[in-house]
Design a protein around this ligand. Structure first.
Ligand SMILES: *[C@@H]1O[C@H](CO)[C@@H](O)[C@H](O)[C@H]1NC(C)=O
Ligand SMILES: *[C@@H]1O[C@H](CO)[C@@H](O)[C@H](O)[C@H]1NC(C)=O
Ligand SMILES: *[C@@H]1O[C@H](CO)[C@@H](O)[C@H](O)[C@H]1NC(C)=O
Ligand SMILES: *[C@@H]1O[C@H](CO)[C@@H](O)[C@H](O)[C@H]1NC(C)=O
Length: 472
């Protein structure tokens, strides 16, 4: 009976926890090796700040009597971390091991008894120090990746003390007291310092925005949709990667597909953006009304012979000029569904469709409807990355027109083909490209940036392979 409950719980949880992400990120060992260099430096700084308290007291020594001693001004001159390894710790996070670390400590001593007073200095070499730290990685309640210390051990090999000053007899006594004190101070403080460094890392992560603002129409939700996956070879993060209209948080009528990343390890990070990411953008912008656009003559370059006026259109549809001579026109585009993006190897295409309401602008500025065109455009997209943003640029492949309604008599719609091609290429796409050039923010962590990102367009997914750099 119990096994049945267990099995159904397992099945249930694997169902609820496995949502397809819009953005899948894989972090490789190469990133850890880079992180180790940065991390060890940070750790070294923190460990150098360990505090070893003064010690003082009184002892009775045979033949001498009561002696008061004090050891003070103890400081760490150097904390050497020559050997460290870092690796994934399956199911938990990351494991950092430091071996053969050494510390040079110096300080002063003083002893006093009824017949004499002495003082001097000493140097302590601590060797064979090992620290092992497990860094746990989880998804916090806001859906952001979080780190915590998931276990730390520290051990010390050897402690050697060299005194300077004249009073050999007392050295053994002081050495014994010092060794014990140094050992316990170090053991007590090392792990908390390491945890402190991890808390510092957590503070960076805490600034990570789960919701990225894009523009006045849309935001992107980058919360984690699944627990962080940690195997021996990589760490996998499933981000929602979904655009929402700022007006209303509404799910699109399609679902994210599974995202497959290549089994490569030569870059520090692989990001897989599914077509869902961009299609949710199309849906959000469509719902926000951001895909509607008015085209007027003043948007057409000055030198162009084709104008958005009734004499240009009148040349092909005589009624237009006859009814509304010498007037400017307005073309009002409205999307009638969200644009659909398809990602195929080396080929990103977007299919968009809508209606164009065409008007003559009367001398008193009111609009006289002329005709309504149905328009369906296929554009291809180029994608680049700059400053942690995804930047797109569109090029027209094909435009299909249909006449939906006319107030100026019937006409063959293909006579408008070249004017519309012109309008889309010269007015519409440059405007959209201008907006796309602002880019869509990718999830970012303070102080981390991409180095030489490469984009590959695979089936249904855009794969970004990149190294990362930390700069403080
Ligand atoms: C386009 O112009 C019409 C008429 O002036 C107006 O009602 C509409 O809101 C405009 N649309 C956009 C997207 O500016
Ligand atoms: C309309 O365009 C033609 C060029 O095609 C230009 O000569 C004419 O002045 C324009 N008319 C208006 C009202 O802008
Ligand atoms: C790109 O994909 C579209 C449809 O998704 C297809 O019509 C077009 O022929 C493809 N182009 C190339 C160069 O493969
Ligand atoms: C603008 O002029 C047209 C025709 O000249 C007329 O039918 C329309 O009522 C006028 N509109 C306004 C707001 O004056």
């Amino acid at each position: 009976m119990l096994w049945l409950v267990t099995v159904s719980l397992l099945l249930f949880s694997s169902h609820t926890l496995c949502t397809n992400p819009g953005l899948k990120v894989r972090v490789t060992q190469k990133a850890l090796d880079y992180g180790r260099q940065v991390g060890v430096q940070v750790l070294q700084q923190r460990l150098k700040a360990l505090h070893i308290p003064d010690i003082s007291g009184t002892v009775h020594v045979r033949m001498i009597g009561r002696i008061k001693y004090a050891v003070m001004g103890i400081r760490i001159d150097n904390f050497g971390l020559p050997q460290s390894t870092i690796g994934f710790y399956a199911g938990t996070g990351i494991k950092l091991s430091i071996n053969n670390a050494n510390i040079r400590i110096s300080g002063k001593w003083r002893v006093r008894c009824h017949f004499m007073k002495h003082h001097g200095s000493f140097v302590i070499m601590v060797s064979g120090l090992s620290i092992s730290e497990a860094i746990g990685m989880t998804r916090d309640e806001t859906g952001r990746p979080a780190v915590h210390s998931a276990g730390c051990t520290a051990s010390i090999g050897n402690i050697i003390i060299k005194f300077s000053g004249r009073l050999r007899k007392l050295y053994n006594l002081l050495a014994h007291l010092l060794k014990g004190s140094i050992r316990s101070s170090l053991i007590r403080q090392i792990c908390p310092k390491v945890s402190g460094a991890i808390n510092g890392l957590e503070e960076h992560l805490r600034n990570m925005k789960v919701v990225s603002h894009v523009d006045k129409y849309a935001v992107i939700d980058y919360s984690l949709v699944n627990p962080i996956e940690i195997t021996d070879a990589f760490m996998g993060l499933d981000f929602k990667g979904e655009f929402y209209s700022v007006v209303k948080r509404e799910e699109p009528p399609f679902k994210p597909p599974p995202v497959l990343l290549p089994d490569q390890t030569d870059h520090m990070m692989y990001l897989g953006l599914s077509d869902f990411f961009v299609n949710s953008a199309g849906f959000a912008y469509y719902r926000a009304g951001a895909l509607n656009m008015n085209i007027t003559d003043d948007m057409i370059p000055k030198h162009s012979p084709i104008r958005l006026n009734t004499s240009t259109f009148g040349a092909v549809i005589h009624q237009v000029e006859k009814l509304y001579p010498n007037m400017l026109m307005l073309m009002s585009f409205q999307a009638n569904q969200q644009p659909v993006l398809k990602v195929a190897p080396n080929n990103i295409t977007i299919q968009a469709s809508g209606d164009i309401n065409t008007f003559a602008i009367l001398p008193n500025s009111s609009l006289a409807p002329l005709f309504v065109l149905g328009i369906s455009a296929s554009v291809s997209a180029q994608v680049t990355i700059s400053e942690m943003k995804l930047i797109g640029s569109l090029k027209l492949n094909r435009l299909l027109l249909s006449l939906k309604h006319s107030d100026v008599g019937s006409f063959q719609v293909n006579i408008l083909q070249s004017i519309l091609n012109f309008a889309v290429k010269i007015v519409v796409l440059p405007k959209i490209n201008e907006r796309l050039a602002n880019g869509f923010p990718l999830p970012r962590v303070d102080h981390l940036s991409f180095v030489n990102p490469l984009i590959k367009v695979n089936q249904d997914v855009l794969v970004i392979a990149t190294d990362i750099r930390y700069s403080s």
